[in-house]
Design a protein around this ligand. Structure first.
Ligand code: ADP
Length: 425
């Protein structure tokens, strides 16, 4: 069966969030890193193409989104979801409006919705106004965001500044009255010449209603929230089987390792807990700066010990240590040195036969995924909220199987590096 849902995410972690939501709702999902080439992976119901377009120049954001759309449609996607941030991160220039406009034009669609609501994370939309927890978006920390300061909580106004289509509102009462009432509201808005509607949502039930009412729309612009209701549409139309085990991954027996480049509080505790019971090698940024062969030393350390159990390689350090290193080397140089070294070590570990790898740190994960030439990730079982095991989809077909868990610095409990292996059958 071909692809059902095609998603275009404007950043990587947002894409992971949506992919995880779809898997939990029974869709087998793959997240692709950048616009894919070649045929889609087999046995997949949804693909999330993760772009880095949230703050890119408008023209680039539009072009990459259209390239993603072409690939998703060629793969058979029946509906497109443009995944944006739950705080609607954008500027009056874009990129939400221009990308949505371009996708609608390409899909020949004259009506679409936008709803970033994600109630479990405190993002709700009421009367078109986005709340972050108890306060309006414009009173939240997003007001001072360095790249996309959000100083207006009225999403109708925010979106209208970015699109040539007329923006309207389907408010709380329309949503609360259920899918039929909401569809009637959509029809009325459409008749008034509205091309894009902001839709209110305060509860998960509202998200379900919105998803149901949007079953036939070619494009939706949403946060991860509305994703909880989309798989049910495909089940209702007989395209997605009931009771599908969507998070099953093939086993990846073999040596295992952890690479930690995050210095967050959670990762520091996780590193300490693992180092207490498993071999651990510390990557010293100053040794790297002096040109010592730290990568070689870490690789040799791991090679001797991998047969006995998981090995930890970490650059993780206390804030004082990090500051001292940054003062000597500069913030960017220190970060890049460490990221590159950890990425090289990851490649060497895979060369040594490692088949299960946990990476801690957002930037660190990006560097490792690039070094390993990973094209995409099949999303598997969740280890901790927001952190699934995944199966790497390599660019080269002869690459050995690799299970990857990419963890944002602050995610997971203290025992994460010790217990995560159990979640992988
Ligand atoms: P997080 O998800 O916690 O933000 P990241 O990997 O995104 O983690 O960022 C951590 C950054 O800190 C990376 O650029 C990494 O290379 C850098 N880093 C890690 N260890 C050290 C260290 N000991 N000294 C200086 N910088 C470090």
């Amino acid at each position: 069966m071909s692809l059902l849902l095609g998603c275009i995410a404007d950043d990587f972690t947002g894409g992971t969030d949506l992919a995880g939501t779809l898997v939990r709702q029974g869709m087998r999902t793959v997240q692709m890193i950048g616009v894919p080439h070649g045929p889609p992976p087999p046995d997949v119901d949804a693909v999330v193409v993760a772009l880095k377009s949230r703050t890119a120049p408008v023209g680039d954001a539009v072009d990459t989104a259209l390239a993603a759309l072409r690939w998703l449609r060629a793969a058979g996607a029946r509906q497109i979801c443009f995944k944006v941030c739950s705080t609607f991160d954008s500027t009056p220039q874009g990129n939400i409006g221009p990308v949505a406009d371009a996708l609608m034009d390409a899909l020949g669609s004259d009506f679409s919705i936008a709803c970033p609501a994600f109630p479990v994370n405190g993002r709700t939309v009421y009367k078109g106004h986005l709340f972050v927890g108890d306060v309006l978006l414009s009173d939240s920390g997003m007001r001072d965001h360095p790249l996309t300061p959000m100083t207006d909580a009225n999403l109708v106004r925010v979106l209208q500044a970015q699109t040539r289509r007329r923006v309207g509102l389907a408010d709380f009462r329309d949503v609360d009255a259920g899918p039929d009432a909401l569809r009637r509201r959509f029809a009325a808005l459409r008749a008034e010449g509205v091309g894009m509607a902001i839709v209110d949502a305060i509860t998960d039930a509202h998200l379900q209603t919105i998803a149901t009412a949007c079953a036939d729309l070619p494009l939706l612009t949403t946060g991860s929230g509305v994703g909880i209701g989309l798989p049910a549409n495909f089940r209702a139309s007989g395209l997605l089987p009931d009771g599908l085990v969507a998070d099953a991954l093939p086993g990846a027996p073999g040596p295992s390792a952890v690479i930690a480049g995050s210095c967050s509080v959670a990762t520091r505790a996780q590193v300490a807990a693992m180092a207490a019971v498993h071999p651990a090698f510390r990557v010293d940024p100053l040794a790297l700066a002096q040109g010592e062969d730290v990568v070689g030393a870490a690789t040799a350390f791991a090679a001797e010990r991998l047969a006995a159990g998981p090995v930890l390689i970490y650059a993780t350090a206390t804030p004082e240590e990090v500051r001292a290193v940054q003062q000597r080397l500069g913030v960017e140089h220190a970060g890049a040195l460490v990221e590159n070294a950890l990425a090289d070590i990851a490649r060497a570990l895979v060369g040594l036969g490692v088949t299960r790898l946990i990476v801690a740190g957002g930037e660190t994960s990006g560097a490792v995924v690039k070094a390993l030439d990973v094209q995409g990730l099949r999303i598997g079982p969740e280890i901790a909220p927001g952190v699934p095991w995944t199966r790497a989809l390599p660019r080269r077909p002869d690459a050995a199987p690799l299970a990857l868990a990419l963890k944002s610095g602050n995610f997971g409990g203290t025992g994460f590096f010790l217990d995560a292996w159990d979640a992988l059958s």
